[in-house]
Design a protein around this ligand. Structure first.
Ligand code: XMP
Length: 506
């Protein structure tokens, strides 16, 4: 496996994802907790950082048990770190070095640049530059503005690169990581979905034994894949609970419950619609709605879990980005909306936690699901918020509004599928606005609700762009909603990006 030491760069997770794409397992550890036992690691990558090596508070961990002992690649700050603290000199750049640049490989036949085209485009993002290398280092590549764009320390497998190979704009970045990890460090690319399934099932069997596990299914990809893995490992000792909070998409509860049963899961469907509606009564503040729903979920789940005798474990579909965020250099990021908290289960449940996906990125979760034969409609499903339609009904929530929104949403989603747009969109949904406006239908004046359509492109939900849907699609969808959904006389399309807007309206 590969160790990635995080110095706080916004690109650290991208490095990990590129490494995983090479079928190589890697772990991110923050710079202030450098692992001392390196026996599991075959190579180390140092990330970039918002810090300058020249500042007093620059991260400066002791890497003497790594440097010169394991193949080591410093990226950006990592490269500057390896120069500055080992006899080289780092200074502020005289020109702005942000964006695309082209590499000239100085020294021929270097393994690091094998199969990389001459003048390869790379992505730069730094304000310091390496003016002088350590005495025993040699320049491997330059760009027009950066003399030491890549270097190697003689007699060691230590490399520094000023550009970011993990960013897509570095066209040969993946090849460079391949060269470093596979050709230079000799890491075996054996991290495949199949290998992950075999390894995880064996580990779960070993860890859980004959104990019972309870798991809350949400209909989403993560909890479903976690359930199938656990089912493979412990069969009927996995007790799944699928709660209908009454805030799911139209027909979703019944359809997904059926699918779960068809997959052989031991699943209990619990219709708690009334309880959730009760909890939400007259609440219109978005955060209070989330809290009310969270509380109701815990109550329902707790009742159900207690009904199963002698449960030892609670399984969760936590994935790697949540784990990284909770241990990251910068600590958990500011709460914009309260859903970003991991865990959230009450202490009184006193169950041991098992999280079979905690080392996987989202795209890997999908690959693992596909490997286990999960249906494509479950795997390719758009993300859907835990509080469901409640945060797409602005203002207070009642069953009538939910029904209306479900109808409009079902038309939007069905049309996306009909037009073969569903898989091109990262997430889509309809928002019910708390305003009435005047319309005319037949000869009658109407004074009815307005809905907004929202469709975004994104890779992780952190940033998003609205999708340029065809006008004809929007026209057909608007007509269909207004004609079929009683109570709606106006449809608008949301053309806000995130940031500054968010994907959901609440
Ligand atoms: P925002 O609205 O913050 O959403 O841009 C980013 C992603 O998170 C989903 N989301 C939630 N998921 N509980 C969840 O489980 C929530 O309270 C919640 N709020 C937003 C949203 O659908 C999008 O995918």
């Amino acid at each position: 496996s590969v160790l990635i030491l995080d110095f706080g760069s916004q690109y650290t997770q991208l490095i990990a994802r590129r490494v995983r794409e090479l079928n190589i397992y890697c772990e991110i550890h923050p710079f202030h907790k450098v692992p001392q036992d390196l026996s599991a690691f075959k190579a180390v990558i140092l990330s970039g950082s918002p810090f300058s090596v020249r500042s007093d508070d620059a991260p400066h961990p002791d890497l003497s048990h790594i440097k010169g002992k394991l193949p080591l690649l410093g990226v950006c700050y990592g490269a500057q770190y390896l120069a500055h603290f080992h006899g080289g000199k780092v200074a502020p750049s005289s020109t702005r070095e942000y964006g695309r640049a082209n590499l000239t490989v100085v020294k021929d036949a270097e393994t690091l640049f094998e199969n990389i085209t001459e003048n390869s485009q790379v992505w730069m993002s730094h304000s310091d530059t390496i003016k002088e290398l350590p005495a025993n280092a040699i320049t491997l590549a330059s760009t027009q503005d950066v003399l030491n764009a890549a270097y190697r320390v003689d007699g060691e497998e230590t490399y520094g690169i000023q550009f970011h190979p993990e960013v897509y704009h570095s066209t040969d970045g993946k090849q460079l990581l391949h060269n470093f990890l596979i050709e230079i460090a000799g890491v075996v690319p054996d991290w495949t979905p199949g290998a992950f399934v075999d390894m995880t099932v064996a580990e779960l069997k070993e860890k859980i034994g004959e104990d019972k596990v309870v798991l809350g299914l949400s209909g989403g990809v993560d909890s479903s894949v976690a359930a199938i893995l656990l089912h493979k490992a412990i069969g009927e000792n996995l007790y799944c609970i699928f709660v209908n909070n009454g805030l799911l998409r139209k027909n979703e509860f019944d359809e997904v419950l059926h699918q779960y049963k068809d997959m052989g899961l031991n699943v209990k469907g619990v219709d708690a619609t009334a309880r959730f509606m009760d909890a939400l009564k007259d609440i219109s503040d978005p955060e209070l709605k989330r809290k009310a729903i969270g509380r109701a979920f815990i109550e329902v789940f707790d009742d159900e879990a207690h009904a199963i005798e002698d449960v030892t474990y609670l399984a969760q579909g936590t994935i790697y980005p949540d784990v990284i965020e909770s241990i990251s250099v910068n600590g958990p990021s500011a709460t914009i909306k309260s859903h970003h908290n991991v865990g959230g289960l009450p202490d009184f449940m006193k169950l041991k936690i098992v999280e079979p996906l905690r080392m996987l990125f989202k795209d890997e979760v999908r690959r693992v699901g596909a490997e286990m034969g999960m249906a494509t409609n479950l795997l390719g499903r758009h993300p859907f918020p835990g509080p469901g339609l409640a945060i797409r009904i602005l203002g207070d929530v009642d069953l009538e509004k939910v029904r209306l929104l479900q109808e409009a949403d079902a038309i939007f989603i069905a049309n996306l599928k009909k037009w073969k747009l569903y898989d091109k969109v990262w997430q889509a949904g309809v928002i019910l606005l708390p305003v009435n406006s005047v319309g005319v239908m037949g000869d009658e004046r109407t004074y009815e609700k307005c809905v907004a359509l929202r469709a975004v492109e994104s890779t992780d939900g952190m940033t998003a762009d609205w999708v340029d849907l065809p006008y004809k699609f929007l026209q057909d969808t608007s007509n269909e909603i207004i004609n079929k959904v009683k109570g709606v006389n106006r449809v608008v399309y949301d053309i806000s990006s995130k940031p500054p807007a968010t994907i959901e309206w609440e």
